[in-house]
Write a protein that binds this ligand. Structure first.
Ligand code: ATP
Length: 290
């Protein structure tokens, strides 16, 4: 495994990077993670990650350590920067600033090596939906450089685990939203990655399938894998995850074990305390029917 550099590579000065936005808070100065001989290398380490879309700062210098073997929840209100952060962390969206390591491998310096370690379920994923479910998962395995025999052995296992065995021959374009989510998750699992990054994996998934997926993910973590899930469902994160980060306005407001972050309250109460933003239904009087 590649060890971390003791210092981060120098940030690009703006004059070498025309059109780049100025470094956000914590962006340019964020130290690289330095792990001693004893300290385990995190599954994911993020330093000074930042992204701006025009005037909008979507991610404002995020630092995060996701311990190997953890079940890590990422929660935040709509537009908090979760998807943008995860997209940059998984090599799908180039950051303006910052660095990301997966098990010590720099995602943006060694993308192929890093991506071999990861399985990703991106938000709003576009799949090759003119393939059948079985073909799509097979294709994902072959694309990862796996041999045909191993892929052929794993595909039925995954289809069964996702309760899609009876729809193996159906075109993905004809799948429901929940079925599409599950087949996308199967494509993320086929190469048995060390780190799974799942953006809203339970959205549109029925309760029985969600419980099955939770079991699969718990087994995966128990066998040494690491899972990062973003979710809006606090109760689910509190029950399912051992670590959590709360992100809002492109910043991490709190991060640690679930018990540390919720500090005696429920995660939902703590979330509302941290994030604020509860609004009264003022101005919607016209909506009242009586
Ligand atoms: N491609 C884009 N172009 C312009 N603005 C974008 C783009 N992607 C994201 N944004 C903006 O960046 C901010 C963060 O968006 P992001 O999708 O990361 O939030 P999120 O926490 O995943 O939200 P949600 O929970 O609603 O999915 C939002 O204000 C969003 O409008």
């Amino acid at each position: 495994m590649t060890s971390h550099p003791s210092q981060p590579p120098a940030q690009q000065p703006d004059d070498q990077n025309p059109g780049q936005p100025p470094a956000p808070d914590g962006g340019a100065e964020a130290p690289a993670p330095a792990y001693g001989a004893q300290a385990p290398v995190p599954a994911l380490a993020v330093r000074g990650l930042a992204k701006r879309f025009g005037e909008k700062i979507a991610v404002n210098g995020v630092n995060l350590d996701v311990p190997a073997g953890s079940f890590y929840g990422l929660v935040g209100p709509n537009g908090a920067g979760k998807t943008t952060s995860l997209s940059m962390a998984t090599g799908l969206l180039r950051p303006d600033y910052g660095q990301v390591w997966v098990h010590g491998v720099d995602v943006w310096a060694e993308p192929l090596k890093a991506k071999r370690l990861m399985g990703v379920l991106p938000d709003g994923v576009r799949l090759f939906d003119r393939l059948t479910g079985e073909q799509l998962v097979t294709y994902a395995g072959l694309l990862r450089g796996m041999d045909r025999e191993t892929v052929a052995a794993r595909v039925p296992d995954l289809l069964r685990a996702m309760d899609l065995a009876n729809d193996a021959g159906t075109l993905v374009v004809d799948y429901s939203a929940g079925m599409t989510k599950k087949i996308a998750l199967a494509t993320a699992l086929i190469h048995a990655p060390k780190l799974l990054v799942l953006d809203e994996p339970f959205e549109a998934v029925d309760p029985v399938s969600a419980a099955n997926i939770r079991d699969i993910l718990h087994d995966y973590v128990a066998s040494g894998g690491t899972v990062i899930v973003s979710s809006h469902v606090m109760d689910l994160v509190q029950r399912m995850c051992d670590h959590v980060a709360v992100i809002a306005g492109g910043n991490v407001l709190a991060a640690g074990t679930v018990d540390e972050v919720r500090a005696g309250a429920s995660l939902e109460e703590r979330f509302v305390q941290l994030v604020g933003g509860r609004t009264q239904a003022e101005g919607l009087e016209w909506l009242r029917t009586s």
